[in-house]
Design a protein around this ligand. Structure first.
Ligand code: F6R
Length: 261
């Protein structure tokens, strides 16, 4: 796991965008993994800016979303499919059918989850997966206690996540769906490069357990310690509880330029 501590969210966004642009130059038909929530918003703005400047094209790319609420109406603004369209997909040159997400309105949710995992496999797997982390350590919506080998499936949100996400529903926790479809931890671990972004003090404990704790289902992010290519981009506040922060800074400052992320 490579831990990079950067001065602010803008620098984190630019660094992640650089890795995605480099991937698309190398492989224009790359498969991206998209996260929702607030952590990737600055990254999406940065990618849109680079696209508008003619520096990067998504025309041949595909994308898979991490998760989706169960039961939100198709036109609900907080349905993740709509959030991604608004924040990113509709602002770049992704083909209209290039983005797929788990179907939270399917009549048969387990079948929709199995089909989604298969669609990711059929596309050749995810090249670069963008991730955030919940304050309770969840990755996608794999809440504490999730199987470390899990595949895409239905999960119940914790009261902590419901309260964290109420801000997207006008502060009304009762409006946040209780159930979600989420890529499993086993599914996510198959992506070839994981890029996780976290900012702010509220993430410091989850980041501490993810990076320096034991690998445990109680802190699902800790599974990233087993990934051969995981990059964790943090601001100072999110890195506040890291024992080896000095070493991570030293390593990044001395990183050979050719290495990339
Ligand atoms: C969303 C997702 C979640 C978020 C996490 C952090 O697709 O997968 O795991 O990344 O809840 O959310 P923010 O970024 O809003 O703090």
């Amino acid at each position: 796991m490579e831990v990079v501590i950067l001065p602010d969210a803008q620098t984190i966004a630019a660094t992640a965008a650089g890795a995605i642009a480099e991937l698309l130059h190398r492989r224009p038909d790359a498969v991206l993994g998209l996260a929702t929530g607030s952590s990737p918003l600055a990254l999406y703005d940065e990618l849109v800016a680079r696209h508008q400047a003619g520096q990067v094209s998504f025309a041949r790319a595909k994308a898979f979303m991490l998760d989706e609420y169960v039961g939100l109406p198709a036109d609900h603004p907080e349905r993740y499919r709509n959030v991604i369209d608004r924040a990113f997909a509709s602002r770049v040159d992704l083909a209209p059918d290039a983005v797929q997400g788990p179907d939270g309105l399917a009549a048969d949710l387990p079948a929709a989850c199995a089909a989604y995992d298969q669609a990711i496999r059929d596309a050749g797997g995810v090249d670069l997966q963008i991730l955030g982390i919940g304050s309770d350590g969840h990755i996608a919506f794999n809440e504490p206690g999730s199987s470390l080998a899990s595949r895409t499936r239905v999960k119940t949100l914790t009261t902590q996540t419901i309260s964290d996400n109420a801000r997207f529903f006008g502060g009304d926790a009762a409006a946040v769906p209780r159930h979600v479809l989420t890529q499993g931890l086993g599914t996510i671990m198959e992506a070839r490069h994981l890029v996780l972004m976290a900012t702010g003090r509220a993430k410091a404990e989850a980041v501490h357990h993810m990076v320096e704790g034991g690998v445990t289902a109680m802190w699902p992010g800790s599974l990233l310690q087993f990934h051969p290519h995981a990059t964790v981009l943090l601001d100072d506040a999110a890195a506040a509880r890291l024992q080896l922060a000095g070493y991570y800074r030293h390593t990044y400052a001395n990183k050979p330029a050719w290495q990339g992320l």
